[in-house]
Design a protein around this ligand. Structure first.
Ligand code: NAP
Ligand code: MN
Length: 267
């Protein structure tokens, strides 16, 4: 029998105003038989309260756990991409909490390996950007095939759920999260008779590996972003990016499919 998901951890910024708004949710959770824990490692439901940026942080700071369910509650006036609930709209929360069979959505995440050693996960995207005014150069490999030499501002490698974020701002495609894949988009590539890149975004199957080898030319290292966090490692030569075999599980609600969110947000 599957373990009952009844140990809940609330992730939020502990300021006075938000604490007041969170208290009724804590009471509601208890009313519905949840034990509210203050150590996230003991929880099997992790609830983020804030905006989509907070949800990204909640997942990151709790270690991208595969064995628990994440839920996002928006403190803004509307729901978000990761926030399936709005803080005042407790009706939907009660519905989800009281249903015997919660439907679970699985979001693909990417795994980034730096110099064959440290690895990190991203739920939205991994971004690599020049940290200086000059362009920077990197060699792009797909499954060890040298694909192109990139020169420009940088690149974004996005998950399907991240495709509506940074990736979309640079004209990347919006990708259905039911497709396990990664999308690579350029940031201001130089294209002329000396430098050539594909120029459009491309989508790789979840079985492929993307490798970026950063040219030591000029000894300038780029800024690496993992969702909304900057990586503190500076001297990097090689970055491998692939889809992880882990997923992030969230509650699936009836009236809130990915395409409903896209329509609600952009159209
Ligand atoms: P932020 O700078 O406050 O966020 C930018 C906006 O992106 C916010 O409105 C945020 O929503 C929204 N967002 C986050 N994830 C999204 C998703 N999966 N689909 C659609 N919209 C999404 O920083 P943040 O709130 O910490 O979010 C971090 C993300 O911002 C990064 O992962 C990156 O994707 C994105 N970003 C975008 C640009 C750009 O478009 N030029 C530049 C840098 C970073 P909320 O208001 O609900 O948080
Ligand atoms: Mn935000």
């Amino acid at each position: 029998m599957p373990e009952r998901r009844n140990r809940m951890y609330f992730f939020y910024k502990h300021d006075d105003e938000l604490m007041k708004r969170v208290q009724p949710l804590v009471n509601l959770a208890k009313e519905y038989g949840f034990v509210v824990v203050d150590d996230h490692t003991k929880a099997n439901v992790i609830v983020s309260i804030g905006d989509d940026g907070s949800f990204l942080q909640a997942v990151r700071q709790t270690g991208f756990r595969d064995d628990c369910l994440y839920a996002g509650i928006s403190t803004l006036s509307s729901r978000g991409f990761y926030c399936d609930f709005q803080i005042e709209d407790t009706e939907h929360m009660v519905q989800a909490a009281s249903s015997e069979q919660i439907e679970v959505r699985r979001y693909p995440i990417i795994e980034v390996t730096i110099d064959n050693a440290a690895s990190f996960f991203c739920l939205n995207e991994c971004s690599i950007r020049s940290g200086i005014i000059k362009t920077f150069v990197m060699d792009v490999f797909i499954d060890d095939l040298h694909f192109e030499t990139f020169r420009g501002d940088g690149m974004i490698v996005a998950t399907p759920t991240g495709s509506t974020a940074y990736n979309k701002s640079v004209n990347g495609a919006v990708v259905d999260p039911l497709l396990p894949c990664i999308q690579v988009s350029e940031l201001a590539s130089l294209n002329n008779n000396r430098y050539r890149t594909l120029g459009s975004s491309f989508i790789l199957s979840g079985k492929r590996k993307l490798t970026l080898k950063i040219s030591p030319e000029g000894n300038h290292y780029p800024l690496i972003g993992m969702d909304n966090e900057a990586l503190s490692i500076r001297h990097i030569e090689k970055i491998d990016i692939a889809l992880s075999n882990r997923v992030i599980k969230t509650v699936r609600l009836k009236d809130n499919s990915f395409w409903e969110k896209v329509k609600r947000t952009f159209l």
